[in-house]
Design a protein around this ligand. Structure first.
Ligand SMILES: N[C@H](CCC[C@H](N)C(=O)O)C(=O)O
Length: 297
């Protein structure tokens, strides 16, 4: 096949232009809805995120014009975040860095304010392919999650095997953090899935399993909604650092959080977590949003 046959020259009526990026291998298919206003159906999202029939991604992101309220508060753009099951969620740390980098390249600036479902996030370029984001504030308010009933979020009553005495924290999305002695001995899917699906969390919860290596170093793996072990989780890293300090396991306010694909820097200032880490491009292209018919004849 000649390269021309496989290289799209222009977007056809049913296709949409995307860029795929990753932050520590947490990978995203990103669409700019400021340019192409068409929305995505749940089926589109599920298929686009599935590498076998679409592009492949941990989430689908759209860049949008800020809302009136966001604009008034100074937002430069807005981001919407969809999980691989098509459900919209309100926060993702690695996605925020990727979208902020795209927008900073567009403006040539060094700072911007990004509106998300979880609030307005201040982002800044912190190196050639590095972005820092003020991700907080972090809270333990049970009504945010929501929880099926009021419980002490600092001592979660939901346990499974080695995951005991967890902390529930909100950073635009819900997390349950459990400290263990050795992360290497944990079968993440096996121990975290029953907690994610526990009736206390009617909308599910991202489950972080953390090992405090020393006062400033955490090893972390996150079983994200809707049931995937990602290579990195930015919001998870922020709440793990916050939980370690809240629990009195350390007095530090600067952390290196090691995730399966690499490290994020987390700085805590009061309830605010500043997350710093890398971004990278994967590819650009067009993806079809019509129902696809396969002919194997
Ligand atoms: N990987 C993301 C978190 C996505 C959370 C999402 N899966 C949810 O359901 O809240 C991060 O870097 O923060």
């Amino acid at each position: 096949m000649s390269p021309e046959k496989i290289r799209p020259q222009t977007a056809s009526d049913t296709s949409r232009a995307f860029v795929k990026m990753h932050g520590l291998r947490n990978h995203f298919v990103i669409f700019d809805r400021r340019i192409d206003r068409r929305a995505f159906t749940k089926e589109d999202i599920v298929r686009i995120c599935d590498a076998q029939v679409g592009v492949g991604g941990d989430q689908l992101l759209t860049i949008e014009h800020p809302s009136e309220q966001g604009s008034a508060a100074g937002a430069d753009a807005a981001m919407r975040i969809f999980n691989i099951d098509g459900h919209e969620v309100s926060a993702c740390g690695n996605a925020t860095r990727c979208v902020a980098h795209l927008l900073l390249e567009e403006t040539g600036g060094t700072e911007l304010l990004l509106e998300t479902g979880g609030g307005l996030l201040k982002c800044r370029r912190s190196g050639p392919m590095q972005v820092s984001v003020e991700m907080g504030p972090i809270s333990g308010d049970w009504q945010n999650f929501p929880l099926a009933e009021e419980v002490d979020t600092t001592r979660l009553p939901v346990e499974n095997g080695p995951l005991r005495d967890g902390v529930a924290l909100w950073i635009g999305n819900p997390h349950a953090v459990y400290f263990v002695d050795s992360l290497a001995e944990i079968d993440l899917a096996k121990v975290a899935a029953p907690i994610q699906n526990h009736q206390l969390f009617p909308e599910g919860v991202n489950v972080g399993v953390a090992e405090l290596v020393d006062a400033e170093t955490i090893r972390l793996a996150v079983w994200e909604r809707p049931g995937i072990a990602t290579q990195a989780c930015g919001t998870g890293a922020c709440v793990a650092a916050y939980a370690a300090r809240m629990r009195g396991l350390t007095k530090s306010d600067r952390f290196t959080v090691h995730l399966p694909a690499g490290a994020l820097g987390i700085e805590l200032i009061g309830d605010m977590a500043i997350m710093s880490g890398p971004v990278a491009y994967c590819c650009r292209g067009f993806v079809d949003c019509e129902e696809t018919v396969y002919d194997f004849a």
